[in-house]
Design a binder for this molecule. Structure first.
Ligand SMILES: [Zn+2]
Length: 440
């Protein structure tokens, strides 16, 4: 058997159902798939086009980001220190209406993809406008993604155009490759009940994932109780959410009864702690989600609210925050936090059969993380080091479907310098737009 690449040595955190940790072995990769995992000695006799030395490295599945808005890259730092409704209504939405055309979305998505790769993210679930441009950017980058064009339609009842768009995108970009598509009503406060009903029906009929924001703020929950007489997830149950597999971004204000309802479904809550804390939206009920067995995974949200794509530190911070607020140091141990970053994220995106763990037959989506430095020498427990000591700058290699997107810390598919230059050009343009707005 001709092998494309072999990764030799290192400490392999498989994240398989037995959570095996393997040493002195080699991963054989062929046609983007993990063809075999063999003892190191055996690998020395096998030839390959590419041999990657993983000595002093942890090898983990790629990190999965379950909620992002990639093209917000250029809006990072434009407006901070505000509550969500003012941040959205006074700054983000007016700026997007003025600026977010096709070329903006493409360029900002390339930037976001480069940043995600350097943060070890191999797949993201993204929601934005002109998402066909994001698809082009991610194809160039080589990342895996579940994309969606956001639907904002507070009065309408027809999603025929959205279905047409999704059909066209599947035709253009293929469903079985790196890019897949979700339907994405933005939130219950920006889409009518009829839109949600139609989206749930469509998701059920087509097997498409539905991606939306849910129960992000207290105001959203209280308004829903006032207007609908129901809390947000019970309102969505009335509209048919149980028909579909959903990603509910945030879930900060979910009640115990709503979590009880969620736990027997295939849906997932995407936890975006830093975005929620910065916008003072609140802290999601992770202990109740864990105890009731509802799936949750991590999301970065957009960088205009986070303000970075460092999902490893997001996970580490989240676990420590919830230990403290629950007065329970045993809550969210490091291995579970890594599982939320990998296999639970894969489940959220309906990809657990092909990624999320390092197993024979799965796609080779994985990371090499170098631990030979001062802050991560003396590695007693690799999970502990990864979650509590290691930083994203130690991620040296990122592979998606057997292809290296980051090698020895350098991007292979994108040019980092020209991406930074482009961002500076956009800054000049955006500042000009802001001055024009201020004059009016
Ligand atoms: Zn969001």
């Amino acid at each position: 058997m001709k092998i494309d690449a072999i990764i030799t040595g290192g400490t392999l955190l498989t994240m398989n159902p037995a959570y095996e940790v393997l040493e002195d072995c080699a991963i054989l990769i062929k046609s983007g798939v993990i063809a075999d995992i063999v003892p190191l000695k055996k690998a020395q006799k096998i030839g390959a086009d590419k041999i990657i030395d993983a000595e002093d490295c942890l090898i983990t599945p790629g990190f999965v980001n379950t909620h992002s808005h990639l093209p917000m890259t250029y809006l990072r730092g434009l407006a901070d220190d505000l509550p969500l409704q003012r941040w959205l209504g006074e700054y983000i939405w007016p700026m997007e209406a003025k600026l977010a055309n096709e070329s903006f979305v493409y360029d900002a998505s390339v930037h976001g993809a480069a940043e995600m790769i350097k943060n070890g993210i191999t797949m993201t679930a993204d929601m934005y406008f002109h998402s066909d441009e994001t698809a082009k950017a991610l194809k160039k980058a080589g990342m895996r993604a579940l994309l969606s064009r956001v639907i904002i339609n507070p009065k309408g009842d027809n999603i025929a155009e959205e279905i047409g768009f999704l059909d066209e995108m599947r035709e253009l970009h293929g469903e079985d490759g790196l890019i897949s598509w979700a339907i994405a009503p933005h939130a219950i406060y920006t889409c009518s009940g009829k839109i949600f009903e139609a989206c749930f029906d469509y998701a059920k009929e087509s097997g498409t994932i539905l991606h939306t924001h849910l129960s992000e703020t207290k105001k959203e929950r209280d308004d829903c109780l006032d207007i609908q007489g129901l809390s947000p997830l019970f309102y969505l149950r009335k509209l048919g959410f149980e028909k579909a597999k959903c990603i509910f971004a945030h879930g900060v204000w979910l009640s115990d009864e709503e979590i009880e309802l969620l736990k027997d479904t295939s849906s997932t809550v995407s936890i975006c702690t830093q975005s929620n804390l910065k916008l003072t939206s609140g802290i999601a009920p992770l202990k109740a989600l864990t105890e009731k067995g509802a799936n949750f995974a991590f999301g970065t949200d957009g960088v205009a609210s986070n303000n970075d794509l460092d999902i490893l530190s997001e996970a580490s911070f989240t676990s420590q925050l919830h230990k403290t607020i629950n007065d329970d140091p045993q809550f969210m141990p490091a291995r579970e936090t890594l599982a939320r970053l990998t296999i639970h994220g894969a489940k959220a995106l309906g990809k657990e059969d092909i990624m999320g763990s390092i197993e024979i037959g799965k796609r080779a989506d994985l990371l090499l993380i170098n631990h030979r430095n001062l802050q991560s020498a003396n590695m007693y427990d690799p999970y502990s080091h990864l979650i509590y000591a290691i930083g994203k700058e130690q991620i040296s290699h990122v592979m998606v479907e057997g292809k290296l997107l980051l090698e020895e810390g350098r991007l292979t598919t994108l040019n980092e310098d020209s991406i930074i230059d482009r961002a500076e050009e956009y800054k000049t343009m955006i500042l000009r737009e802001i001055k024009d707005v201020d004059k009016k």
